[in-house]
Design a protein around this ligand. Structure first.
Ligand SMILES: Nc1ncnc2c1ncn2[C@@H]1O[C@H](COP(=O)(O)OP(=O)(O)OP(=O)(O)O)[C@@H](O)[C@H]1O
Ligand SMILES: [Mg+2]
Length: 238
């Protein structure tokens, strides 16, 4: 699915989180929103997912106006920094949750849910942990389960907000590659928030550099490195 953002702005009371920003994300791309704290990354991601309404501007999914579309209809898969797994449910049930929550007519059979969950456990390379509880996993494993859970609903877009932010450098690197592999396998349009320039430059097809609610530059990592559009971008990617 390709995503277009037109002149999207967001105010919270009198403060502007997002000045009018425009952006086109091609179908299947892995895109990083990169910027310092407070630059508007999470706000933009939440608007895309339908968790926040913009003050003005439009969002389009495959050319269709999605600005007022419900969270359900957007079919976005979310992964946040804080593991949002259900503590009282096994890994299997956590991943199956979104499928079981569907209306009866759209709910897969138990056998089909089982197949899908097992396929996702393979995809995140944790085939044997279905019966464990989140408290019995490492931080990195929890984030992989969160990713599998987001993928279970067969989302049209994957939205990740600092998904590896709470992990140590080594695990971060492994998961970064894992995300790249899963992205390449699923072909899902993926938007990824980070304030880590190395992570953005290494992982993304396109990097969107943000500062103070504005988009400073959009480009491939090599283009941004070769030709930073402003002093801010130059210093931030160093
Ligand atoms: N619910 C809210 N109410 C009021 N102000 C908000 C709200 N959410 C965000 N803001 C403000 O909007 C601006 C952008 O915040 P946002 O969370 O999008 O930044 P961010 O780039 O994700 O930062 P971080 O890297 O710290 O997560 C900040 O100035 C923030 O204080
Ligand atoms: Mg944020």
């Amino acid at each position: 699915m390709h995503i277009e953002i037109e002149e999207l702005a967001k105010e919270f009371g009198t403060s502007r989180a997002l000045h009018p920003v425009s952006l086109a994300a091609p179908s299947g791309a892995l895109i990083a929103l990169l910027g310092p704290s407070g630059s508007g990354k999470t706000t933009l991601l939440r608007i895309l997912g339908g968790l926040e309404m913009p003050s003005s501007g439009r969002v389009r999914f495959d050319g269709q106006d999605a600005t007022n579309m419900s969270v359900q209809d957007r079919r976005a898969g979310f992964v946040f920094q804080q593991y949002a797994l259900f503590k009282h449910m096994t890994v299997f049930e956590n991943i199956a949750y979104g499928l079981r929550a569907r209306k009866r007519a759209e709910r897969p059979t138990d056998a089909e849910i089982g197949r899908r969950v097992n396929r996702l456990l393979d995809l995140i390379q944790l085939p044997d942990i279905g019966t464990r509880y989140p408290s019995q996993l490492s931080g990195g494993q929890r984030q992989r389960v969160a990713l599998a859970r987001a993928l279970a609903i067969e989302p049209r877009v994957l939205l990740l907000d600092e998904p590896f932010g709470a992990l140590d450098a080594k695990v971060r690197k492994e998961l970064r590659q894992g995300l790249r592999d899963i992205h390449d396998e699923t072909g899902l349009t993926t938007i990824f928030v980070t304030h880590d320039q190395e992570e953005a430059m290494e992982l993304a097809d396109f990097v969107v550099v943000m500062s103070m609610g504005r988009i400073e530059q959009v480009g491939k990592p090599a283009e941004i490195r070769a030709k930073p559009a402003s002093d801010f971008v130059r210093s931030f990617i160093m």
